[in-house]
Design a binder for this molecule. Sequence first.
Ligand code: ATP
Length: 359
Amino acid sequence: MAYLTLKDINKIYPNGFHAVHDFNLEIQKGEFIVFVGPSGCGKSTTLRMIAGLEDISKGDFLINGKRAKEMGPRERQIAMVFQSYALYPQMSVYDNLAYGLTLQGVDEDVIEEKVKRTAKVLGLTDYLDRLPRALSGGQRQRVAVGRAIIRKVGIFLMDEPLSNLDAKQRVTMRSEITQIHRETGATTIYVTHDQTEAMTMADRIVVMKDGYVQQIGSPYELYFNPVNVFVAGFIGEPPMNFVRTKVKDGCIDVLGTHYSLSLLNRPVLKSYEGKELVFGFRPESIVLGQQPDAITLKATVELTEMLGDNTNVYITANNEKAILKVEPHDTPEMDSEITFSIPYDSIYLFDAETEKVIK
Ligand code: ATP
């Protein structure tokens, strides 16, 4: 197990593109960290700098307190799993698993024992003689994970390892990877653009956008205390609803209804007179009908999506749109008018200019 320190890490590619800006993070021993963000935000670049596959342009990187910038990938004691599995197509599953150890000159007996143990953990015992092309996507991915965990390493890096799998396989592999992490205890950094993977697997999530870290925190922190509009909208499915509104005489209009901000009891809002705010609420935080300590709104139902465990209700009011999540038994009729309430403590307000949360 290893702990890592990333201090003001920057990546400027030879063509001058500044892909990662001032990335700071202390990763504890055995922690499961997820880098998440939209395509191009710099997550893979950061992971590749940690792996030693990409130079660090500026900043410091330490493994167990030792400078690691000049260490080669091997010296860093890192195993990596890529999106594309990178299995040797002409080698059996056994040989794919054994290859790294063979290169290290490990004894045949020891290799056999390790391969068998790894195969058992990953449910690959019956497939050891097969070539990768005779395996399903999920099985191939297990071999790729197996190849990484068979060597005792302190750090385990994964770059979108589940993106080639179908939805069901992804859910299964997600819990398998979490389980493997628990068993091996290796410090893990996992890259994904999928917020559900991040939320379900991470001890801590690093949300990135355009090369900048937006927020670092536990899934709970990011969901309940997002620091800005981007994080609030990225974490959660369906995403948080946002309505832009201007403060006038201490009041705002939200989805066609007029409210006094004094209801929310946040003194800082006084300084927003005449300015714009972004009003946010999560689809799942609403309650149908009227509620105490909540603002109550009326809207027209445009569309409903019954998902089994809940229904997404697409509403419109005053030309503004939002999504609500309701119990399947409460699914309203299309085109009907509904009344719903947003509890005061579920309301998020953001500065429309800086997009930062207003507490
Ligand atoms: P994805 O999910 O699409 O892989 P990502 O968040 O992992 O995205 P990176 O692959 O880290 O993003 O890329 C970050 C930015 O750096 C992108 O804008 C990309 O085009 C750019 N980039 C990546 N590699 C190079 C390179 N070799 N030279 C110049 N720019 C690059």
